[in-house]
Design a protein around this ligand. Structure first.
Ligand code: UVW
Length: 333
């Protein structure tokens, strides 16, 4: 039994369930669900290392190429010339969200919360630039991770995901997939969800990649957006979720709504959560979101040995007031 409230018992802010103040005083919480990563859980998780098999979860940082969501590619300059004694790397125009990433709490604001308390709208009513990757970097993100290999499970039951469409994964399918794998999720786990999108992307020719980079043409599978998604993820009491698709949830927002509903929501940003669950997960629930993580090798290993749990570490960049970071995550079995 968890001491944490169920989703529908959470205190409400701006009319929405919010975990603000559940772990710390309101207005001081920069960790949200990461507060579940306690020393006791870390010690327990370290016992999961059996073979010393290490899976690094950062994708090639030049991928996707071109980047998605109108983010620009960076230029990699190597200083020192061909015959110099030393080289340095200089990354020009690097966007921390152009490849594998954590979305931090500065990334997304909830406009209903902003309307309620002017000047904020971010998790816990913490001021915009008081959030930042430096908090997570200095703490480190360490614990037990569990993989839900939705892509492989869906293939196995004859309902493969369509990677070039806004193909929804029902939130309740997470539990079905875990049960089919024989995997139990514990409070405070990092949930890894593989759709297979990265493997699919890597097999695409340049013209398809160029089309995906035009945001108006981008369609990707993901968890079905909506309040049920927030409820299911909160009630799992996970510390964070890391996925291999571009937005955790299905893309684009509104793809699964009627045009009338989408138009109404877009006319009132306080209702954005009805089509884009980022606006509940990050600012209201404090759940860190990982996107475009390379879970391919880890998933193959889990399928081979039937063990879907591992020791997990992530060391985000120590960027004061940073919005996002590559996860620099390792899964160790
Ligand atoms: C989107 O959902 C647009 O992705 P990100 O969280 O990287 O902004």
């Amino acid at each position: 039994m968890s001491d944490l409230p169920a989703y529908h018992d959470l205190p409400r802010r701006a009319g929405l369930p919010a975990s603000w103040g559940v772990w710390r005083d309101e207005g001081t919480d920069v960790f949200g669900c990461l507060n579940m990563l306690t020393p006791e859980r870390i010690v327990e998780a370290a016992r999961l290392v059996r073979r010393g098999a290490v899976f690094a979860l950062n994708w090639d940082m030049r991928l996707p190429d071109p980047p998605l969501f109108d983010r620009r590619p960076f230029e990699h300059e190597v200083t020192g010339g061909a015959t110099g004694t030393s080289h340095d790397d200089v990354l020009h125009g690097w966007n921390t969200q152009s490849s594998s990433q954590w979305d931090g709490f500065r990334h997304i604001r909830n406009h209903a919360a902003l309307a309620d308390e002017p000047g904020t709208g971010h998790y816990g009513a913490v001021a915009d630039d008081d959030h930042g990757m430096h908090h997570w970097a200095r703490r480190g993100i360490v614990g037990r991770a569990v993989l839900a290999d939705i892509g492989r499970w869906r293939d196995g039951i004859g309902r493969p995901l369509r990677h070039d469409e806004s193909d929804p994964i029902e939130p309740d399918e997470l539990a079905e997939c875990l049960a089919a794998q024989g995997t139990e999720l514990h409070e405070g786990d990092v949930l890894l969800m593989r759709t297979g999108w990265i493997g699919w992307y890597q097999a695409q020719p340049d013209d398809v990649r160029a089309r995906l980079a035009q945001t108006q043409h981008l369609r990707t599978p993901g968890l079905r957006s909506g309040e049920r998604l927030a409820e299911v993820l909160w009630d799992l009491h996970i510390a964070a979720i890391g996925c291999d698709n571009p937005a955790v949830e299905v893309w684009p927002p509104g793809a699964l709504s009627t045009p009338e509903h989408e138009a109404e929501v877009r006319a009132d940003r306080r209702r954005l959560h009805e089509i884009f669950t980022h606006t509940l997960l990050l600012p209201m629930l404090g759940l860190p979101l990982g996107e475009m993580w390379d879970l391919e090798a880890l998933a193959a290993d889990c399928a081979a040995d039937g063990r879907y749990e591992c020791f997990f570490t992530s060391a985000p960049i120590n960027l004061p007031a940073g919005v996002a970071s590559p996860p620099n995550a390792l899964a160790i079995k």
